[in-house]
Design a protein around this ligand. Structure first.
Ligand code: GBH
Length: 501
């Protein structure tokens, strides 16, 4: 690898120490990926229900989330699994269409509320805190029909939905995230078009999408703050995805600058508006310049007016970080970077040659072919990279409260003796321990991905992240703990890695 001087192993020695008292330990899922019961008890259609029907070829094994792991009927087993690993928190999402089949208040469906009440109460009865994601990608199809996230009306509608959820569940749910991964869902939905709603608008789509998602986030946050916070005393955040970007050559100022630019375009894109009311300066300059060069009168990067700018600032009680990959970054494409991951359809996931975001950030990214692969074609085994993401957020935004809301290891074989996943969690959690003890970051919890081998979007049931195996062919959908889950139970019980153990 020639002049490459940064490696993930520079992370240093294993740290024997424990996490702060009260540190949250858990695992997560998302509604469409595990619930099934896609048309049961009055549930409406989401964009994923329609996507898997209209474009079955987009899903690798042509499977759907119609039944998924049928958590709708087996949630008690899920809770027992969480209990058996000693989890203190369960991160799951609400299907908007179960509660409001059309997404609007007038379509209210009591059965949806009943289901989530049962799940929440079962968790609490077993000593586990519910942590709710309001939106993990399953937008009501009726709202997509009016333009979905690209129609500004969504901001009000999301706020109304959020208010209802705070009202119904907020007496027991004290930890909320509004949205899961605006970057991934915007890019996959409008750029790579591998996700619903699958509308190809690579130059403007993701920027408009994120713009309205940020407003919707702030809308929900302000509603909680004004109407519920005092009485319910919970916290509201967002879950953001990032790779850990590393300079190809850490002695090259050009590579270092490009590395920072990647973080700015990935995390700063969302965080800067929520801290400072506007997009990062680097993004503003680059997007305005490029838009002009493209002959546009208006920049592809929208602006927040003054009222919105004010409304956005300070709308995070904590930042959720989701992490899966490390990437090497160069400031110049001099042919030295190795080829990127090859992915289905011949399109590399992070393709510096695709117009739009991938070019807008004016950096060149790839991976180190020496890195070991995980089960998914897009994932290398780089668990400690999470520490770089946490540090970048902490340094850039003055030590905010951070929670790991996802990280995990893909497998393609669904085996019970999942050694690689066990090792992933061990190294990943140790890296987070260093974030706290060495880097001085304020991390309050770790919720890994995923509790179950959930349906993996475009990869269907060809790839799993679960620490729990599900017997999908059996009548009871029996859940059993894999080796990684047993190992996590030990870490959770010890609150880390005390030296004596
Ligand atoms: C998260 O997305 C999601 O929140 C969660 O629902 C999901 O199950 C989990 O991660 C695992 O993927 O084949 O090259 O086009 C994280 C981002 C989304 C990254 C899908 C890889 C496919 C890449 N992942 N994406 S590619």
């Amino acid at each position: 690898m020639g002049s490459q001087t940064t490696t993930i192993s520079e992370d240093g020695e294993f740290l024997h120490d424990t996490f702060p008292e009260g540190f949250l330990w858990g695992m997560g899922t998302a509604s469409y990926q595990c619930e099934g019961a896609w048309d049961k008890d009055g549930k409406g259609l989401s964009i994923w229900d329609t996507f898997v029907r209209n474009m079955p070829e987009k899903i690798q094994d042509r499977s759907t989330g119609d039944v998924a792991l049928d958590s709708y009927h087996h949630y008690k087993q899920d809770v027992q699994m969480l209990k058996s690993i000693g989890a203190s928190v369960y991160r799951f999402s609400l299907a908007w269409t179960r509660i409001f089949p059309t997404g609007r208040l007038d379509s209210f469906n009591q059965a949806g509320v009943d289901y989530y009440n049962s799940l929440i109460n079962e968790l609490l009865a077993n000593g586990i805190q519910p942590m709710v994601t309001l939106y993990h990608w399953d937008l009501p199809q009726s709202l997509q029909d009016i333009g979905g996230w690209l129609n500004e009306e969504i901001v009000e509608l999301f706020g109304e939905y959020a208010r209802f959820c705070f009202q119904q569940f907020g007496d027991r749910v004290k930890r909320w995230t509004t949205l899961n991964e605006p970057f991934i869902s915007g890019m996959m939905g409008y750029y790579y078009v591998n996700f619903a709603p699958c509308i190809h608008d690579p130059l403007e789509g993701p920027y408009k999408y994120v713009h309205n998602q940020l407003k919707a986030h702030a809308q929900a946050y302000r509603i909680y703050e004004a109407e519920f916070k005092k009485e319910q005393n919970g916290v509201v955040g967002i879950s953001l995805d990032s790779s850990s970007y590393m300079p190809f050559n850490k002695d090259s100022p050009e590579d270092l600058e490009a590395t920072n630019r990647c973080f700015v375009f990935r995390l700063g894109w969302m965080l800067h508006p929520l801290f400072h009311g506007k997009y990062p300066k680097e993004m503003r300059e680059i997007l305005d310049r490029r838009s002009k060069q493209e002959g546009r009168e208006v920049s592809r990067l929208p602006e927040f007016d003054e009222a919105w700018s004010k409304k956005l600032i300070g709308t995070l009680d904590f930042i959720g970080i989701n992490f899966y990959n490390a990437e090497l970054v160069k400031g110049k494409d001099d042919g030295v970077l190795p080829p990127n991951w090859e992915v289905a359809d011949g399109i590399p996931f992070f393709d510096s040659n695709l117009a739009g975001w991938n070019q807008d950030l004016e950096a060149f990214r790839s991976h180190d072919p020496k890195w070991v692969r995980c089960g998914a074609p897009w994932q290398d085994f780089t668990p400690t990279g999470i520490r770089d993401c946490i540090k970048w957020i902490s340094d850039t935004y003055d030590k905010p409260t951070i929670m790991v809301t996802e990280t995990g290891c893909s497998g393609s074989d669904y085996r019970m003796d999942d050694e690689q996943r066990k090792e992933f969690f061990k190294q990943s959690i140790n890296a987070v321990l260093k974030s706290i003890k060495v880097d001085g970051c304020n991390v309050v919890g770790y919720s890994g991905w995923a509790l179950l081998d959930v349906w993996e979007w475009m990869s269907g049931f060809t790839i799993g992240f679960g620490i729990v195996h599900v017997d999908k062919s059996g009548p009871n959908m029996t859940r059993s703990l894999k080796d990684s889950g047993k190992y996590l139970a030990t870490i959770f019980r010890n609150n880390g890695f005390p030296r004596a153990v």
